[in-house]
Ligand binder design. Structure first.
Ligand SMILES: O=C(O)[C@H](O)COP(=O)(O)O
Ligand SMILES: [Mn+2]
Ligand SMILES: [Mn+2]
Length: 563
């Protein structure tokens, strides 16, 4: 397949670098400073950019949630994975959660060799099936309905003992909703007891403290989760006279943690291990057991998958102790390039014809930068869930090391200044025609739910955008400001709003060598054959036009109209 594109017939080509700036989680919300930290922060530079773009008809609001990014319905909020997939590939794919649902409803899941090998064998050999993942219906990393269908499938496959290791959410769902999901899960486990299945919660903890690290940011999170799920151990550092770490029920553990640490909330809940009457853990993993990770999204499922699958020759991140021989499967393949995990139950979306493949094939030099928390977003997700370069000769990806998660609320500026420094240096080097950046702040700070921190994050974004715009202007370049989904624009003053939203996002072009050659399609005009109106997937074709190329047929339409 050739990725070489024809040139635009009118001969247009933007001179100077094109910078695509993603303000992660910066949605368009209410015009009310009491509920919208963006309005409260009053970001002058961003507002001025938007105003100027509107004047020139170089501004649009675009969709970043639901079917526009391959999610089942309008009520599905956007997220970084689907948003960056969409921006980076210019097409709409059925995303992981939809593929999993389709696999359940068709029954295909239970016919696969991998299901038989992992769950079927476990049932046949009378071993324990362990299951773990994010316990919520946020539908970003996982969904309760899918967990329940996995349990039903296991029962049909003659599994007689199930041990569930739960990661409390509070990030994609309300901050202290964990017990709602625990109750639902316990009801479900009770219901299968009628089929002679012994199903129990065996351990748990908050997702941001146990298991779900990403981009190698902090392996101690994975280690804590490994010890609690695999060895039935709570680490000594998490045990105090008040918090023993070992409990009779999950509810008791969570309530205890909340009482002692009201600031921690679900996402940071301390680890706990459930013990029986004899005081021993009820769900340690043993040789011959099976283990299914029910998360469908890859970023925060990769490291724990590596812990289950790799030998000591390559796995050097922590001492795993005696590793039980467990048959491990992910719900999806989490990294389609390095093929982790080796066993999975549903094939992931096969994202092809990515924007990077086109830019590289057409000789466009490219640069990507973000801090650790979002590094994989502008590389791995951007390139269709593949790690690594498309063409090392033409591309450079840089990562700025993030502060620990726990410091996001108190340091909402995070590493934004350093990210801009790198980007400015890349611009000044004049080596790159196409530069992309993700600023983590509006999203990561948005997830803390802290209104004042959110306001500071937005102010910081404004300063960085101002710096960036000044540099792009010097080079007569073009700056695109957009976002991958909403988050920071909808908060309250009690910290009760920590999740993403279904908001639309901004799309603003500032072209410092603009001579009125083009505008964006008018409001109310829908790209041909796309009745739902423009979304994140329409940007890729737009950028290819700016570089002077016709966009490929299979892409969603460009938003540019030439005069
Ligand atoms: O993983 C997370 O931090 C949240 O569940 C989703 O946030 P993201 O989609 O912005 O990464
Ligand atoms: Mn995001
Ligand atoms: Mn987020």
């Amino acid at each position: 397949m050739s990725f070489v594109l024809p040139k635009l017939k009118n001969g247009y080509k933007h001179q100077g670098p094109v910078v695509w700036c993603v303000l992660d989680g910066y949605g368009l919300g209410k015009d009310d400073p009491n509920v919208n930290p963006i309005i409260a922060a009053h970001p002058e530079k961003i507002n001025a950019i938007v105003e100027a773009a509107k004047q020139k008809q170089l501004y649009k609001t675009i969709r970043a949630h639901g079917p526009a990014v391959g999610l089942p319905s309008e009520s599905d909020m956007g997220n970084s994975e689907v948003g960056h997939n969409a921006m980076g590939c210019g097409q709409i794919y059925h995303q992981g959660t939809m593929l999993v649902d389709e696999s359940f409803s068709s029954g295909r899941m239970f016919e696969t060799e991998n299901w038989k090998k992992v769950v079927g064998e476990c049932g046949k050999n009378n071993k324990t099936l362990h299951m773990f993942g994010l316990l919520s219906d946020g539908n970003i990393h996982s969904h309760m309905n899918q967990i329940f269908q996995l349990i039903d499938g296991a029962v049909k496959s003659a599994v007689k003992k199930i041990r569930v290791h739960v990661l409390l959410d509070g990030r994609d769902v309300p901050p202290e909703s964990g017990l709602v999901y625990i109750n639902q899960l316990e009801e479900k486990l009770k219901s299968v007891a009628a089929s002679g299945v012994d199903g129990k919660i065996a351990s748990g903890g908050g997702r941001m403290y146990c298991v779900m690290d990403r981009y190698n940011s902090d392996w101690s999170i994975v280690r804590r989760g490994w010890n609690m799920m695999v060895h039935g151990q709570v680490e000594a550092a998490d045990i105090t006279a008040d918090y023993p770490g070992y409990f009779k029920t999950a509810t008791e553990a969570i309530e205890k943690c909340r009482q002692l640490h009201p600031d921690k909330k679900d996402q940071y809940n301390l680890p706990f291990v459930i013990v029986g009457e004899d005081g021993k853990p009820i769900g340690k993993m043993e040789d011959g057991d099976a283990c299914v990770n029910w998360n469908f999204r890859g970023d925060r499922a990769l490291q724990i998958s590596r812990a289950f699958e790799e030998t000591n020759a390559t796995f050097t991140y922590f001492d795993r102790g005696t590793i039980p021989k467990v048959a491990y499967a992910g719900l999806l393949e989490y990294d389609t390039e390095i093929h982790v995990p080796s066993t999975y139950l549903v094939p992931p979306p096969e994202i092809h014809n990515t924007l990077s493949e086109y830019t590289c094939a057409n000789g466009i030099t490219a640069y990507a930068v973000a801090e650790t928390h979002k590094y994989g977003h502008v590389t791995f997700f951007w390139n269709g869930n593949k790690s690594g370069y498309i063409d090392e000769k033409l591309e450079l990806y840089e990562c700025i090391e993030s502060l620990p998660n726990s410091e996001t609320e108190s340091h909402p500026e995070m590493k934004a200044v350093e990210v801009t420094d790198k980007l400015v240096a890349a611009l000044q080097s004049k080596k790159f025609q196409f530069l992309r950046v993700n600023y983590a702040n509006p999203d990561m700070v948005g997830h803390t739910g802290n209104f004042d921190s959110c306001v500071r994050a937005v102010k910081c974004m404004d300063e960085q955008v101002a710096r960036l715009a000044a540099e792009v202007e010097k080079l007569k370049g073009l700056l695109i400001i957009t976002a991958d989904h909403g988050n920071v624009e909808d908060k309250d003053h009690k910290g009760n709003k920590t999740s993403h939203t279904t908001a639309n996002v901004l799309f603003a072009i500032t072209d410092y060598s603009y001579n009125g050659e083009y505008t964006l399609i008018q409001d109310g005009v829908k790209p041909d054959g796309e009745p739902e109106g423009p979304g994140l997937t329409n940007i890729a074709a737009t950028v290819l036009n700016l570089f002077g190329f016709e966009a490929p047929e299979l892409y969603r339409k460009s938003l540019i109209q030439f005069k």
